[in-house]
Design a protein around this ligand. Structure first.
Ligand code: ADP
Ligand code: GLC
Length: 486
């Protein structure tokens, strides 16, 4: 190892292609890759879920680490990310991680009751890397989301020299709030249970701990960095974030342009690029066939791929479905999550089986096929820290319809007449959480799709030519790492 390289431990609760429930998984894979390309010695630390232990060829590198309050020692295993050179450390602790179900919930969608312990231990091991240099001496411990929020707290209570910590917030809505017994459980100093610490309305907030004790906070778009300092989007922590704005930066996510590239995408039948957009039409036919939608040469297909949660604004879409059907639109929806939302979408699909397809579940292949086959992509989110699908869509010439919030506003340029004329428009933006406004925006998009093929093509070309790769943002992380160490 080159000693002069900057060393970073990137800690997350999920990473594509091992375990992914949303965009955090994508980022945990593609950002470290991009940083390695910039000569950063970055390594991942992940919990030892069964999917990770099965998929990776791992060797034991540390055994018998006794970690209070666990009664049995944990092991650290090491391997490399599939198809990549990024080293990954895995915490092997069957008691915490070896179970069927998802990383955060069981198969019925119920949160694991011992999540405080499961992710408190992930945080503890992360902090241990930073202080005791288990196998690798990171200069920076880069923590992601509430699951790693306690790591900056553990680090800051260490009396010995520890690595700097960064807390990256991918979503303020998930905070990891647990009872006050967590203080004793982890032997945290009682004085930390205060407003100026990790206490939040009489409970312990993992996210607040991360925000409060870290050396720096980042979030995943500049606009969201502003949003979260307001009552509307700060989820109760806006005051803290405003006070700490001197250590808060918004860095927009990039996308993995190898995995998401219509020219080479292995999940789609017909590859295309900006010069062969006619081929995209055949991907639309394939999608209609696969989803059993009515055959058609001109019906626009609107795609949606999403976690089904309140955040994503599904409730704005449901009331306007009959209007969309009247407009001749077909909808290809893929998602899972909230059982009620799943049910209401399925009911719509059974009402209009030839116009609406709803696939409940997680399906990587279909996600790529929808990006390639749809004409428009819908993300009417109530809030959106960054959002990746709107960028995948633009890269595939599938124009996004988004609400003017967070990272959506940072990455999509609205098709106003001026922006079309200046050749900078890449999608369609509406302002308020309002179904009627959404419908008006969709109709605006459909008018161009149906009646102004030249502008439509121009929009597609502009969107596809935009650079959404990680390079620029990864360089911002490198500057931040260096700034922290100076
Ligand atoms: P979030 O992280 O809030 O869910 P993002 O847009 O940042 O939103 O990222 C979502 C990621 O998860 C994208 O890669 C998207 O394709 C993927 N995804 C979400 N739901 C599904 C699903 N049901 N099947 C396949 N991929 C999905
Ligand atoms: C979160 C956000 C999403 C963001 C992703 C990756 O899950 O909801 O907007 O793109 O994290 O940072």
């Amino acid at each position: 190892m080159n000693e002069s390289k900057l060393r970073v431990l990137f800690v997350a609760s999920e990473a594509y292609p091992l375990v992914k429930t949303g965009g955090l998984g994508d980022v945990s894979y593609s950002l470290p890759n991009a940083l390695r390309g910039l000569d950063i010695d970055i390594r991942l630390l992940l919990p030892g879920y069964p999917a990770i232990l099965k998929r990776l060829a791992l060797i034991e590198v540390h055994e018998n680490i006794n970690l209070y309050p666990l009664k049995t020692p944990v092991r650290i295993l090491a391997g490399t990310m599939p198809g990549e050179i990024t080293p990954v450390y895995v915490i092997d602790c069957p008691y915490l991680y070896d179970r069927d179900g998802g990383p955060y919930q069981d198969d019925d969608g119920i949160e694991w009751s011992d999540n405080a312990l499961r992710f408190g231990m992930l945080s503890k091991v992360a902090a241990l890397f930073g202080s005791h240099h288990l196998l690798f001496k990171p200069d920076i411990v880069h923590c992601n989301d509430w699951q790693v929020g306690l790591a900056p707290a553990f680090s800051s209570f260490n009396t010995i020299d520890t690595a700097k910590t960064i807390m990256s917030v991918h979503n303020m809505a998930y905070q990891g709030i647990f009872g006050p017994e967590v203080i004793e459980l982890f032997g945290l100093p009682p004085e930390s249970f205060s407003m100026f610490g990790l206490e939040y309305h009489g409970k312990v907030s993992f996210l607040k701990a991360g925000l409060f004790y870290s050396d720096w906070i980042t979030t995943v778009s500049p606009n969201y960095a502003k949003d979260i300092q307001t009552t509307n989007y700060g989820c109760g922590l806006n005051g803290l974030l405003s006070e700490h704005q001197h250590k808060l930066t918004g860095i927009v996510n990039g996308i993995d342009t190898n995995a998401w590239n219509p020219e080479t995408d292995e999940f789609i039948n017909r590859n295309y690029n900006v010069d062969s957009l006619l081929i995209k039409v055949r991907n639309s036919q394939d999608l209609r066939n696969k989803l059993k939608l009515a055959p058609s040469k001109q019906s626009p297909i609107i795609g949606m791929i999403t976690r089904l949660t309140e955040q994503k604004g599904i409730d704005l879409v449901v009331p306007i479905i009959p209007d969309l059907i009247k407009e001749g639109v077909q909808l290809a929806i893929l998602g899972s999550g909230d059982r009620k939302l799943e049910k209401s979408l399925q009911e719509l699909a059974s009402l209009y089986p030839k116009q609406i397809s709803v696939t409940i579940g997680y399906d990587e292949e279909l996600a790529h096929q929808i990006e390639a086959g749809a004409n428009l992509f819908l993300m009417p989110s109530k809030f959106e820290p960054c959002g990746l699908n709107q960028m995948y869509s633009m890269h595939y010439g599938t124009l996004p319809i988004v609400r003017n919030t967070g990272g959506l506003a940072d990455t999509v340029v609205d098709a106003t007449p001026d922006n079309i004329q200046n050749k900078i428009a890449t999608g369609f933006i509406f302002e308020n959480e309002d179904s009627e406004e959404l419908l008006t925006c969709i109709k605006r998009a459909l008018r161009i799709f149906n009646h102004d093929k030249t502008s439509w093509r121009q929009l597609q070309v502009t969107a596809m030519n935009r650079d959404f790769s990680w390079e620029k943002s990864a360089k911002q992380y490198v500057s931040l790492y260096r700034q922290l160490l100076n």
